[in-house]
Design a protein around this ligand. Structure first.
Ligand code: ATP
Ligand code: MG
Length: 560
């Protein structure tokens, strides 16, 4: 994984950091990844993780994992655990630097008392609706709250009583006293504390007031000695508030907030709120459903950490919102698995083939390469016998000229095996469906070529019926039918769900070596794509496979 120095990605953030190191402003960059534990991580978070932890790795410095847990009504311990697992799985390590904003609740309270003492914060008794209407609009200045000029002593007393639980939820808030006429709405006396009687996953019922995100975030960064606080563009308008809080409190550490463009990916939604809806309403089987663009979903689908890291590198880092096409992500895993995944034979939709001139009861062991481009991956044997399965799609009763697979009277090569020729077709009397096809094989063609120089155009995969493993295989399509399911103002994103995003095949016939496949192990089923072993539904000797990705970009063909 170590790369030569010059090929490291250099983006505008890494440039700023390297200048800060050169000028001596900082001796080491300290970054942080600050998830709110209100959902599982998604591919967008992976971009931020690769950036923050990547910078720490490159500089041999640290990146903190900090949970921004200031909203107890939506947060859960289960999310904390899943986030840690996902960050580790992606290949990153926070060492001792695991933090929770809730660990700073006492300090944050003290800072708020300081702000009040400085005359920079006040207790306001307007309702949430009133605060909103007093705030003004982008074109009109706001109006001062009637409580804005409260004396410091009264504010101190009320704030303590808010903490002591004397007031009802929503009846009082603490607001920063900044500027109700500021062109930036975030600076119009933002709320920094609210009363909320909610059980917190770490602090229990100790607090009935909770600090707001903007106030908490900058102070948490400062407390931890973060040098560069990297966040997505929607926080650009919050930066003046970030700086105001730290300047007003004159914290010894004042991290620099730098914004970058978030990852937007086609054919998916990326907001945790929407992902949660998909889970809660049963549109998917859970946060780790292989169709979800969550880190755990991608993992279960068969994505590797390296493929996700490479993807994050390929998409780069910019300052302007843009869209990344889903094919970029799919290509990242395809490239990775093309290199690493051993090849195997598996028939997804089986059709029985009987080789009439092959002795019943005879079994041969044919040698198959594990990776035709990488001989060092070795070989294995495939049992060959009189009854085989081939893919239904590899046979046509009345094939067109360009169909190079099997048809009545036609000859094909079996991968690693013999030439076979179709002699007759047996159909179901009632339904007319093809039940089996009868073939003859040419014993001279073992290994795939004929001594008489006779050529066949098609090579198809197969498995020996008696030796095959019957497995469940799941094929996935995109979860949404349209590129931008959540940008339509008129229609709900769920209207664009793809009803055929999951196809479950229960009678797939796979080569016997796959009986030992381990959870998350990846394979290329020749001609059918890349598959990995589902870690949850597989049983010893009975793996369930998820198709990670097709061999080629099947969508590009369709769209042409
Ligand atoms: P969501 O909108 O899905 O709820 P969030 O930003 O509220 O996401 P957080 O848990 O606050 O979720 O995010 C943690 C970090 O990940 C933040 O620094 C945030 O900027 C970053 N992040 C979230 N989504 C993306 C994205 N699509 N691209 C890049 N970074 C992201
Ligand atoms: Mg957020």
């Amino acid at each position: 994984m170590t790369q030569p120095e010059q090929s490291k990605p250099v983006d505008f953030i890494r440039q700023i950091i390297s200048e800060d190191l050169k000028s001596g402003k900082h001796s080491q960059p300290v970054t942080r990844f600050p998830p709110e534990p209100n959902g599982f991580l998604h591919i967008g978070h992976a971009k931020s993780i690769c950036l923050n932890f990547g910078i720490a790795q490159e500089n041999n410095s640290s990146c903190h994992l900090r949970f921004d847990d200031t909203n107890p009504s939506k947060e859960e311990e289960a999310y904390v655990a899943s986030i840690q697992k996902d960050v580790r799985w992606l290949g990153f390590d926070w060492g001792k630097n695991l933090f929770f904003a809730s660990d700073y609740f006492d300090q944050l309270f003290d800072f708020a008392v300081q702000l009040i003492t400085l005359g920079k914060a006040y207790v306001c008794e307007l309702s949430a609706d009133e605060i909103r209407s007093y705030r003004g609009t982008l074109t009109e200045p706001g109006q001062d709250s009637p409580w804005r000029e409260r004396p410091v002593a009264e504010n101190l007393d009320l704030f303590q009583r808010m903490k002591a639980g004397e007031f009802a939820d929503g009846s009082h808030v603490l607001r920063a006293k900044i500027d109700m006429a500021s062109p930036n709405l975030n600076m119009r006396d933002p709320v920094i504390y609210r009363i909320m009687r909610a059980h917190h996953h770490r602090t229990g019922d100790r607090w009935c007031i909770y600090p707001m995100y903007d106030y908490t975030h900058c102070l948490s960064d400062a407390i931890e000695g973060i040098t560069h606080s990297l966040c997505t563009l929607e926080f650009e308008n919050h930066r003046p508030l970030y700086d105001w809080v730290l300047e007003t409190l004159a914290t010894p550490c004042h991290p620099q907030q730098i914004e970058f463009a978030r990852l937007n990916l086609t054919y998916t939604v990326m907001s945790k709120r929407k992902l949660l809806q998909l889970v809660q309403e049963g549109h998917v089987s859970g946060w780790d459903d292989p169709r979800m663009l969550t880190v755990s979903g991608l993992r279960r689908r068969g994505y590797t950490p390296a493929s996700i890291r490479n993807f994050c590198e390929v998409i780069g880092l910019g300052k302007k919102e843009s869209w990344i096409d889903m094919t970029v992500l799919e290509n990242a895993i395809r490239e990775d698995l093309n290199e690493s995944a051993p090849r195997v034979l598996g028939v997804l939709k089986p059709l029985k083939v009987i080789i009439d001139n092959y002795p019943g009861g005879q079994v041969e062991e044919l040698i198959a390469q594990n990776h035709p481009q990488q001989p060092e991956q070795g070989s294995r044997t495939l049992p060959f016998s009189r009854e085989l399965y081939i893919e239904q799609d590899d046979f046509m009763e009345d094939p067109p000229k360009k169909f190079f697979r099997l048809g009545p009277g036609r000859e094909v090569r079996l991968r690693y095996g013999y030439y076979i020729k179709c002699e007759s077709v047996l159909k179901d009397e009632h339904s007319g469906e093809i039940r089996e096809i009868h073939c003859t094989y040419d014993p001279e063609t073992r290994g795939g070529s004929s001594p008489d120089g006779r050529k066949v155009k098609g090579t198809i995969h197969w498995v020996s019926a008696a030796h095959s493993l019957t497995c469940q295989v799941r094929l996935y399509d995109r979860l949404f039918l349209t590129e931008h399911p959540d940008t339509d103002k008129e229609r709900n994103f769920k209207e664009f769900l793809n009803p055929d995003s999951l196809t479950q095949l229960n009678q797939c016939k796979l080569e016997p070596s796959l009986a030992d496949a381990k959870a998350e192990e990846a394979f290329q089923f020749e001609r059918n794509g890349y598959f990995s072993v589902d870690p949850i539904d597989s049983r010893p000797g009975a793996p369930v496979f998820n198709r990670t990705v097709t061999l080629r970009d099947s969508w590009a063909k369709i769209n042409k």
